[in-house]
Design a protein around this ligand. Structure first.
Ligand code: SAM
Length: 391
């Protein structure tokens, strides 16, 4: 059994794991942690860099009767591992949702280690805070040493060892040095990656009809996709996407980025003959609105404008007989603490013959929306995103 530590947007985290490891079984999920089985540690470790919304994964070693058993169990695990170590043995400790303090636990472990005559050890997080991703990497806890975790979830207590941690450097280097001063909503690479992961097992061709700077396309090239298509209304964006994706193209990948108005999707010939081509896109979310100039009237105007492009797009897809998977972000708005959903979209999806998919395991109670979509927002932004998987 494995415990995934989740990001603040925990629904996105769970949906991503659930869709990326379709054979896995989610046993328990809360806002902070989700337990999965029917999955192997090799599978998790080799694929973890492809899933963006989990912080780290802990392999559960044992269920404990009480927290007090953690120290003796830790000693056992440290002594087992220390046999093969050279030099000072480093270990990290982490605890999740317990009343006790990590410092008290550490003192206990230290005392026990001394009793066993094991003194050549070093705790890497003496400050009583959980080890973070940077320390985990720097101290090589994954390969040479060990990080032990004490977890309390749903009244049960577990000990586990960390098997992988998110590589934070990987994400910062993936922001591609894109220009940020554009008057357009930026799609975070991590969200793009997660949207791609929702199409896992759906063939190797992908199309983003609002490709902008190519965020979705780059993430697709970094995943399993081999045929990557993008288009945008703005020729400058077509150029930018071509430049941005260039570095990620390999010998066996085909990439084609071109100019097109998505209201005229019928011009995109390959949609007619390519089988199993997923559409993954963040739609044009409308003009940027700051807290100071967003009004109900403005939102209404924006909705009308956007709905016209969206309607054309969907009616053409229907006419083309498109029947593959679409993962798509639509906007919704926040005004004076009230959420204004793009209700017309739900109707449009239905009328165009598409259905929305459940993105979280069936039994999970915290599905957030009527349509099973997932919501994503960044603090201080007025326009939020609603992510749908359709087919
Ligand atoms: C918010 S961006 C989408 C972000 C993008 N998916 C990414 O990967 O980062 C919106 C893009 O939609 C384009 N756009 C707006 N209206 C369009 C239309 N009718 N057809 C095609 N592209 C359009 C804009 O030029 C802009 O590049």
């Amino acid at each position: 059994m494995f415990a995934f530590i989740l990001w603040r947007e925990f629904r996105l985290s769970i949906a991503e794991i659930h869709n990326f490891f379709p054979k896995s079984n989610c046993l328990f999920a809360s806002r902070e942690i989700a337990f999965f089985d029917s999955i192997t540690s090799e599978d998790i470790i080799s694929n973890f860099h492809k899933i963006g919304w989990s912080i780290k994964v802990i392999e559960i070693i044992k269920e404990l009767k009480t927290e007090k058993e953690f120290a003796p169990e830790s000693i056992k695990l440290i002594t087992e591992k220390i046999e093969y170590a050279t030099g000072k043995f480093c270990y990290g400790l982490a605890q999740y949702w317990l009343s006790s303090n990590l410092f008290t636990i550490w003192l206990q472990i230290k005392k026990e280690l001394k009793k066993e005559n094991i003194t050549n050890t070093r705790l890497v997080n003496k400050d009583s805070n959980n080890v973070n991703a940077a320390v985990y990497k720097k101290e090589k806890l994954a390969t040479s040493w060990i990080e032990l975790n004490l977890i309390k979830a749903s009244e049960r207590t577990f000990i586990g060892k960390t098997i992988t941690y998110q590589d934070v450097d990987n994400y910062s280097s993936r922001d591609y040095g894109k220009s940020r001063d554009m008057d357009i909503w930026m799609l975070p690479p991590k969200l793009a990656q997660m949207m791609i992961n929702l199409t896992w097992n759906q063939g190797n061709a992908i199309y983003d009809p609002f490709c902008w700077l190519g965020t979705v396309l780059i993430e697709a090239l970094n995943s399993w996709y081999k045929n990557v298509y993008g288009s945008d209304l703005n020729p400058k964006m077509v150029d930018a996407s071509n430049k941005n994706t260039y570095l990620y193209v390999e010998n066996d990948t085909k990439i084609n980025i071109f100019e097109n108005d998505s209201a005229r999707i019928e011009r995109v010939n390959f949609l007619k003959w390519t089988s199993n081509i997923s559409i993954v896109t963040e739609w044009y979310l409308g003009s940027v609105m700051t807290r100071w100039h967003v009004t109900e009237e403005k939102i209404k105007e924006e909705r009308k404008k956007l709905l016209s492009i969206y309607s054309w797009f969907f009616s053409w897809l229907k006419k083309l007989g498109y029947k593959w998977t679409i993962v798509i972000c639509f906007p919704f708005w926040q005004l004076n603490g009230k959420y204004i959903y793009f209700d017309e979209i739900y109707k449009l999806i239905k009328e165009s013959g598409f259905k929305t998919n459940k993105l979280l395991p069936e039994w999970i109670e915290f599905q957030e929306t009527r349509s099973w979509s997932l919501l994503y927002h960044r603090p201080n932004q007025q326009v939020w995103r609603e992510v749908f998987k359709l087919n």
